[in-house]
Every structure is written in C-alpha cells, then in structure tokens.
Design a protein around this ligand. Structure first.
Ligand code: 8IG
Length: 284
C-alpha cells in the first residue's frame, strides 16, 4: 500500500459505522445497487426504516447521471424480515474518481455485514431477441476496463463469480429469464458498432459501464453476487437506430413494474421468506 493514500477499506468501515449509527440498524443481511431503470424496485422490497442522501455518509460522491438517485436506504424485507441496504448511488468508472470510489458502496455494504450483493444495471443488449425493457440474468462477465479494485498479489478466484444458487432462485421467480455475459467498457461513450461486434465475438451478450468492477469487489469481500441487467437499448449497430439516454430512461420506466416485482420476490426468497407469492403472510 502507498504511504499516505487513505485506506479504502477503512473508509468503508467508517461509512458502515455511520449508517449503523444514523439508521439504528446495527447490521444488514444483503445489499442492492439499483442501476438505470431500477430505482422503483426498492419500494416493493418492504418498509423503508431509514433513508438519507448518500453524501451524508463518508466516501459517497454525488450522483453524476440523471436517473441515478443518490439515496441510501435501509429496508426491512417484507416476508423475511431481513435487513436490506439499498444503494441508489453508484459512482461510475468514467467519472474519473478512481476504482476505489467505484466500489466504495460494495465495500461499505460488506462492512455493514451484508453477505449477499445484488447488482442491477441498465445496459445494451447484443442478442437481438432482447427488446428494450428485457431483464437478463448475468451469468459471467468480461472486465474490459483495464483496471481492477484489487491490488497486490491477490489472486482471487472468479469461477462462479455470479453465485449459481442465486441465479436459480431468480429463475424460479421468473422462468422466462435469459442469461448473458456482461462486458464492462470504460465509457462514457457507447460502443461503436465494430466494438459491439468485438464484444459479441469474445462471448459477451450485454455491454455496459458498471457492475464488473463492483462484482469483483463483492467477491473479494466473500459476498455472494446476483447480477441482473435491464436491456434498455440494443447495442450500437444491432438495431439501425442511434442510442440516446432518453431511450434508456423510457425503457426503464416501461419495464418498471415487471423488474420491480422480479427483484422484490427474488430478494424475499433469497433472504429466506417461504415461497408461494403471498409474501409469507401465512407463515407469520
Ligand atoms: I443504459 O449500449 C446503457 N448503458 N457500454 N453500452 C454501454 N453502456 C450502456 C449501454 C450501451 N446502454
């Protein structure tokens, strides 16, 4: 470690302590990052017991993107009673604040005690069958950012980075869910059509600007990881139309009810609520 650089893991522990103190919730069981299009999903998870502007907690930066809400929430999950920390604030690699800033939310979640990290995003789809508004489970990833949150001789095994048992639970909730390989580009440009063809050739089916670095940080913290992408647009060159941020926001709005229910029911089940869809009322 360098001489005077602030220790990002210590900063995450400070943030977790600040969250515990402000929320009165001493520890959390799982955490979620809500990406483009996913903001509404938190409302269905359960009762919000605490919420604050993320910038009131050490290490969190103000959001740089319209549609990304910079709020932290502690939710008591309906049905299971588990404690969920919802990170509505994501710092992207393209903001130039460094990789430690990008994964600060994940490290903070781990420091609050969360053992499961749910990462969501809006992204481009390479499979032409995925119309805008289609949710896709992430089965694996390609980190094309040229960097990593890890430092030193930390030879972390990323086989099954996206925990198979969690993917199975999501597919129980929605058996029509497809899976795809997520490739993180540095951004902030969308890809050229040639880059999308490269991504396809190397085995990617989803292209985005987040998630892969966060998944690595979550695995370093020994968390289980579930990743769900919302295909908000076909990747450049897959459809004849140009890409716009407005299209992305609109696809998110239209898909909102479906993906909110998918996420809420998946979280209920993976925190131990009985299956059956009546949110566990009969079991209490
Ligand atoms: I939303 O098509 C969204 N994010 N790299 N490419 C990349 N990121 C994205 C895209 C996309 N759509």
């Amino acid at each position: 470690m360098t001489e005077s650089a602030p220790d990002p893991y210590l900063l995450a522990r400070d943030a977790a302590a600040a969250i515990a103190e402000a929320s009165g919730v001493p520890s959390h069981d799982l955490a979620l990052v809500l990406g483009s299009g996913w903001a509404g999903a938190a409302d269905l998870l359960g009762e919000t017991v605490w919420q604050a502007d993320a910038t009131t907690v050490p290490g969190f930066r103000p959001p740089a993107v319209a549609g990304h809400i910079g709020t932290l929430r502690s939710i008591r999950v309906e049905g299971s009673g588990a404690r969920a920390l919802v990170l509505g604030a994501r710092t992207h690699f393209y903001e130039g604040a460094g990789v430690d800033a990008v994964v600060h939310g994940v490290r903070t979640a781990a420091a609050t005690g969360a053992r499961t990290m749910v990462l969501t995003n809006g992204c481009g789809g390479i499979n032409p069958d995925w119309s805008p508004g289609t949710p896709v489970l992430i089965s694996d990833q390609i980190n094309f950012t040229g960097t990593t949150p890890l430092e030193g001789a930390n030879f972390l095994d990323l086989t099954d980075l996206y925990t198979p048992a969690l993917r199975e639970i999501a597919r129980e909730v929605d058996p029509t869910l497809d899976e795809g390989v997520y490739m993180q580009f540095p951004g902030p440009t969308y890809e050229t059509p040639a880059e999308v063809q490269m991504a396809r050739t190397v085995g990617a089916s989803l292209v985005g600007m987040s998630t892969a670095l966060e998944a690595i940080a979550a695995r370093e913290a020994r968390m289980d990881v579930l990743g769900i992408s919302l295909v908000t647009n076909l990747a450049a060159g897959i459809s004849p139309e140009a890409l716009s941020h407005e299209e992305v926001l609109e696809a998110g709005r239209d898909a909102g009810p479906r993906i909110s229910r998918l996420l809420a029911e998946t979280v209920r089940r993976l925190t131990g609520a009985p299956a059956g869809g009546d949110d566990g009322a009969t079991a209490r």
